[in-house]
Design a binder for this molecule. Structure first.
Ligand code: DX5
Ligand code: ZN
Length: 217
């Protein structure tokens, strides 16, 4: 089953509990948490304390996307905060195999993230260890950016790599995903759809999520 994953980066942090309950009621499958450090990406978001507090108020799985340097030092902290999925970037993890192996040893799902300019071919030596690959379809750092269209071809390439190697690996897409492009992304092979502004800024969140689920089912 394909999953809709609202990113709370686009929520109103002053009423985060209501915002999460709202998308939960609307049919969200997973809550996506964007962690930014102001070094790897030019923005600062929130840390493990917020993730732990979010974990107390929802039963939905938490998908933690680390856009931080030295992510290997923070894996245990986010695991303790309640992460069910943790993804780290290919671009700033020198010991990617070690980090992915560590995440998996905790019994949660481990993902590798590719920036828009990083080709799928970089995954050949790590894909068999990853539970999921996150394709960034915007440059990481901010919600509400324009979708980068060659991401569709990247998903197709990745799907081919996974199918040919019979890997047990899901495909997640993040950035500029909305009701207009979700079909194309789903058809290309995406399994998990991160949506920030297209859900939180939509006039009718339940209707938006319902429509997205109908399109990808
Ligand atoms: C961007 C984040 C995304 C962001 C997506 O760096 O990784 O998860 O919240 O927001 P939208 O869906 O608005 O592009
Ligand atoms: Zn994200």
């Amino acid at each position: 089953m394909k999953k809709i994953c609202p990113s709370i980066l686009s929520a109103d942090f002053a009423k985060l509990k209501e915002e999460i309950k709202d998308v939960e009621k609307a049919g969200a499958d997973i809550i996506h948490c964007d962690i930014m450090d102001g070094h790897f990406v030019p923005n600062i978001s929130f840390g493990s304390k917020i993730v732990a507090d979010v974990n107390k108020i929802t039963d939905l799985p938490l998908d933690v996307h680390l856009m931080i340097d030295n992510s290997e030092y923070f894996i245990d902290e986010f695991f303790k905060a309640g992460a069910d999925f943790i993804s780290v970037h290919y671009e700033n993890n020198f010991h990617l195999n070690r980090v992915i192996t560590r995440i998996k040893s905790l019994g949660i799902k481990a993902g590798v993230v590719l920036n828009p300019a990083t080709p799928v071919s970089m995954l050949t030596e790590i894909i068999e260890y990853a539970d999921f690959i996150l394709i960034m379809s915007v440059n990481p750092g901010f919600g509400g950016q324009k979708f980068i269209t060659n991401s569709v071809a990247k998903i197709r390439d990745l799907k081919k790599l996974i199918t040919e190697g019979s890997y047990n690996c899901l495909i997640e897409i993040d950035g500029g995903v909305d009701t207009g492009n979700i079909k194309e992304l789903s058809d290309a092979g995406a399994d998990m759809f991160v949506c920030g502004s297209s859900i939180f800024n939509s006039g009718n969140r339940s209707e938006t999520i319902r429509k997205m689920k109908e399109i990808v089912s």
